[in-house]
Design a protein around this ligand. Structure first.
Ligand SMILES: [Cu+2]
Length: 198
């Protein structure tokens, strides 16, 4: 987990290259005329990537950096996380609020679910926008995670995740209602705009 950011960035760049070459035909952006070149929030400002720095909640060790990049309507997630329970799955969700003012992560609120869907694991069409599923810890309690999601966007209009909260739970998400039986929140990070100078 404690690799220099430059290493993480180069890994992400590699992943990005692989992903983007696979997008020539079928899954391109739903918005006709969208040029994909800029996702601007204000004139002159272009957001290329979002980042959440996951920090442990009280009494826990979960920490890491999770990055979000959007290409042609797909959000690619790359994360390096440590302080997990060895060889165990942990739920990872986007929660409603990027509010870090509670020591137990509860001010993140519930799952980010603007569509008011039932809970579900990735692969199920009707689920919360923030239902990212599980991450798998290795024997040292670390993980390198890669995921891709079509049901969210960085800045909108489709379920924008900027400013929301990324939560890692103590237990796996079993897909059960209402929120996957994932237990307490062991790590939390606000999803913010990444500095493009890395
Ligand atoms: Cu959660």
């Amino acid at each position: 987990m404690n690799k220099p950011l430059s290493v993480a960035a180069s890994l992400l760049t590699a992943a990005y290259a692989v992903f983007s070459t696979g997008c020539a035909s079928s899954s391109c952006c739903d918005a006709p005329g969208h040029d994909h070149k800029s996702h601007a929030v204000a004139p002159g400002q272009v957001v290329k990537q979002l980042v959440a720095v996951v920090q442990p909640t009280a009494g826990n060790k979960c920490a890491g950096v999770v990055r979000f990049t959007e290409v042609d309507g797909i959000v690619y997630i790359y994360g390096e996380i440590s302080g997990l329970t060895p060889n165990q799955q942990h739920a990872m969700h986007i929660h409603e609020f990027g509010d870090a003012t509670s020591t137990d992560g509860t001010k993140a609120g519930g799952h980010y679910n603007p569509g008011e869907q039932p809970h579900g694991l990735p692969g199920v069409e009707t689920r919360h926008a923030g239902d990212l599923g599980n991450i798998q810890a290795d024997a040292e309690g670390k993980t390198v995670y890669r995921g891709e999601f079509k049901n969210i966007s960085m800045l909108g209009p489709k379920n924008p995740i900027i400013g929301r909260g990324l939560v890692i739970h103590a237990k796996p998400d079993d897909g059960g209602q209402p929120v996957g039986n994932a237990g307490p929140r062991i790590g939390f990070g606000t999803i913010g705009v990444a500095n493009p100078k890395q």
